[in-house]
Write a protein that binds this ligand. Structure first.
Ligand code: HEM
Length: 402
């Protein structure tokens, strides 16, 4: 009789725990060690595989037939355990369901739709930048990064003003739940019922304005492409994915600029670099650290065999710093050709909201570059701990007007 083959044996064991404060304080040495250890690592602690090199991350995110999203894009394997909320019908779905729902969402992100939002987004960006310039010293997170995305995107969606304080706690619940059950998940779930209740109540057709992106999603019910419940689920996807991520990205780029005076100088000289600066910050210090997939069949990565129905964690932020892919991978350079970063993911699940996120980033940081002369840290930043998002809880900053 043949002995059972242990397909895990060849994968080196991961040496660090990426879901701890210590790791998150400075993940880059840990990522470098993961990339050096092999193409695929095994975490006995979490019972999942890990890829951390750029090419392997890209492959796992691109080959959806082998690396499925339908069993969840976090550590939990929905074929083995019940998800904490009904799974997303876009993020946590494979084709053909994913194709149908993504088509509807993509319609709300066409160049025409985004162009129509530009003026409003730029006006709000001016208001935000003037406000922090008047303050002089401010918190880059609560006064700046968390302000704008909670205003402009929900406005565009048609979401009521009242109760928007639920948006960031909801994002925190969603993103923390992609990791293991630990102190971060526990803290995020503290007010789960009331937060979830507000979100679900405000994803309905009745709650949303008649001419926003939310109404565009509901129009797909009228044309027979979605059910009423599915439309609500897709609005929920926008609220889960479109607010926290962008706030985090704003805080991270502000920190990059405050700590890289040469790059700030370049941006001031050429505010038109704002779009690329935003993009480079998604590579250099992106909010999205990792998403998971589940193998649909036995597969090999870099000569290491992985059985079907195993979880793989793809560390996008490690891919973004892989020196095999990037020259001067650890340098923040706003003029870099940054195409190919994994900050928005890639493949069929690559961020559908990219055009809106880019518009927000460009509007705010171009306004900052035009109006501010200096920007520097005014105190020690405090990290926000989240299982899969990288950001600050507090970022004391001082600015002067140009
Ligand atoms: C800088 C801000 C943002 C970042 C860093 C970001 C990052 C990501 C990443 C990495 C994914 C891929 C997840 C995976 O492969 O499993 C994703 C998907 C997604 N994002 Fe974003 N996102 C941002 C802003 C937005 C915005 C503004 C929206 C809404 C307008 C949005 C909506 C979505 C949706 C619905 C998906 C799922 C797409 C699919 O599964 O086909 N995101 N995002």
């Amino acid at each position: 009789m043949n002995a059972a083959v242990d397909t895990r044996a060849p994968a080196p064991i991961v040496q660090s725990d990426p879901f701890t404060r210590e790791f998150m304080d400075d993940p880059y040495p840990g990522f470098a060690a993961m990339r050096a250890a092999g193409p695929v690592l095994w975490s006995p602690q979490y019972g999942c595989y890990i890829v951390a090199r750029h090419d392997d991350v890209q492959r796992v995110l691109s080959e959806w037939q082998t690396f499925s999203s339908a069993a969840g894009v976090g550590l939990a394997n929905f074929s083995k355990e019940k998800p904490w909320r009904p799974p997303s019908i876009v993020l946590e779905a494979d084709p053909p369901l994913h194709t149908r729902t993504r088509t509807v969402l993509a319609r709300t992100m066409t160049p025409g739709v985004v162009k129509a939002l530009r003026e409003r987004f730029e006006r709000e960006a001016e208001i935000l930048v003037d406000r922090v310039l008047d303050m002089g010293a401010f918190d880059g997170i609560t006064d700046f990064a968390e302000h704008y995305p909670v205003k402009v995107f929900p406005d565009a969606l048609g979401l009521p003003e009242k109760g928007r304080e639920n948006l960031l706690p909801y994002g925190s619940m969603v993103f923390n739940s992609f990791g293991p059950r630990n102190e971060f998940t526990e803290a995020a779930m503290a007010n789960a019922d009331s937060v979830r209740g507000w979100i679900m109540a405000n994803c309905t057709r009745k709650a949303l304005g008649k001419d926003g992106l939310g109404a565009m999603i509901y129009a797909a019910v009228d044309s027979g492409e979605l059910t009423e419940d599915e439309a609500g689920m897709l609005v929920r996807s926008f609220l889960s994915a479109g607010v926290d991520t962008t706030c985090n990205a704003f805080g991270n780029l502000l920190w990059c600029l405050a700590t890289h005076p040469d790059q700030w100088r370049k941006l001031r000289e050429k505010p038109e670099l704002a779009r690329n600066a935003f993009e480079e910050s998604l590579r250099y210090e992106g909010p999205a650290q990792a998403f998971f997939r589940t193998t649909t069949k036995d597969v090999e990565i870099g000569g290491i065999r992985i059985a079907a129905n195993e979880k793989i964690c793809a560390f996008m932020q490690s891919a973004n710093r892989d020196p095999q892919r990037w020259e001067r991978a650890d340098a923040f350079d706003i003029e870099r050709r940054v195409v190919g970063h994994m900050g928005f993911g890639t493949g069929i699940h690559g961020c559908v909201g990219q055009p809106i996120a880019r518009l927000e980033g460009e509007a705010v940081f171009a306004a900052l570059a035009r109006k501010a002369k200096t920007i520097e840290l005014a105190g020690e930043p405090k990290r926000q701990y989240n299982n899969v998002l990288r950001s600050f809880a507090s970022l004391p900053v001082r600015v002067t007007r140009a």
